[in-house]
Design a protein around this ligand. Structure first.
Ligand SMILES: [Zn+2]
Length: 329
């Protein structure tokens, strides 16, 4: 089964050098932090500092109108410091400022100032909102930052003995002081697949968690001890009753909401009869290109956004951009 390469989508490429060999080099890390040319990305309450004007991303799909805002180390707020890597000779760190839940009062957050002294409040944005407007380099840094910080935030304790763990390797590790277990940041593999039948129609499903009319590719997590190829077949069968045959790998997307790695496939249908699981997937339909065009134009079907590999898989099959898959997700 041959399909063209996927159209561009956020986080598809890694553009920064993660400097993994420097993570235990304290002299390097100290020197880098003392260098005013070092760039610091500030995160607060899961959001990143940005120079974007509110709402510009809605008009800027596929255009690089969003900018992360980096500050010099001396301007960074107090917080957990993590090494992101190097871009064009400049070392980049992430600083995670205390968030609303841990500090307990929104007013305190306004004390955090970045850059030219502007209050940080109002200049923080979520990665989903930023994604389509960032340059490839900034998207690469942002995906790393959000995924890494999200893992630290939710893994403060040792999974073996329950003691509080300590950050090590410039943020690439948490170590338990009691039992010495090392905990590395997790990424959860998931498969996402566009199933296509012998007539060239694609299978899209409606997820019960979504609003009416929203249809997308099927997807699911890879289970322990399972290959992604087997997970594709299992998920499609479980969710729609359709048996799949030949697979072709299409591409991947880090999806740090909170910790997924999406592995994209095209799958050939070996059967077409649909029986939805009624739980996660409450409706599924085969669409020809003409049927999908009419459904989208009439507003009866809404497709996933351009920021996801789901949108890229559908667009690749369709052969060009669809008007609805630029909606915010
Ligand atoms: Zn432990």
């Amino acid at each position: 089964m041959v399909h063209g390469s996927l159209p561009e989508y956020p986080f598809a490429h890694a553009f920064h050098d993660r400097l993994s060999e420097r993570r235990n080099d304290d002299a390097f890390l100290t020197r880098a932090w003392d260098d005013p040319a070092t760039r610091v990305l500030v995160m607060r309450d899961g959001q990143l500092t940005t120079d974007s004007r509110p709402g510009t991303w809605q008009l800027a799909t596929n255009l690089h109108h969003n900018e992360l805002r980096f500050v010099a180390p001396a301007e960074a707020p107090v917080g957990e410091r993590m090494l992101l890597g190097e871009v064009d000779g400049a070392v980049h760190f992430l600083v995670v400022a205390a968030d609303a839940s841990s500090r307990g009062a929104e007013a305190q957050l306004d004390e955090i100032r970045v850059g030219d002294g502007e209050p940080a409040g109002g200049r923080f944005s979520g990665l989903r909102q930023l994604a389509t407007g960032l340059s490839d380099v900034q998207a690469s840094l942002a995906a790393h930052a959000v995924a890494l910080a999200g893992w630290h935030r939710t893994h403060p304790r040792c999974a073996v003995c329950g003691c509080a763990t300590e950050v090590a390797l410039a943020g690439a590790l948490r170590r338990c002081p009691a039992c010495s277990t090392q905990h590395f940041p997790r990424t959860d593999p998931a498969v996402i697949m566009l199933v296509i039948d012998d007539q060239g129609r694609c299978l899209l499903g409606h997820n019960s968690a979504r609003s009416d009319g929203w249809f997308s590719t099927l997807a699911g997590f890879v289970e322990p001890g399972e290959t992604p190829e087997r997970a594709v077949a299992r998920e499609v069968l479980e969710e729609t009753g359709v048996v799949v045959g030949e697979l072709s790998y299409a591409g991947s997307q880090p999806w740090p909401f909170p910790a997924s790695l999406m592995l994209g496939y095209f799958a050939r249908a070996a059967s077409t009869s649909i029986t939805v699981d009624g739980d996660e997937i409450t409706a599924a339909r085969w669409f020809s290109r003409e049927e999908l065009t009419r459904a989208v134009e009439s507003g009866t079907v809404v497709l996933p956004t351009a920021i996801s590999i789901a949108g890229a898989l559908i667009t690749s099959w369709y052969g060009g951009p669809l008007p609805a898959n630029v909606l915010p997700g």
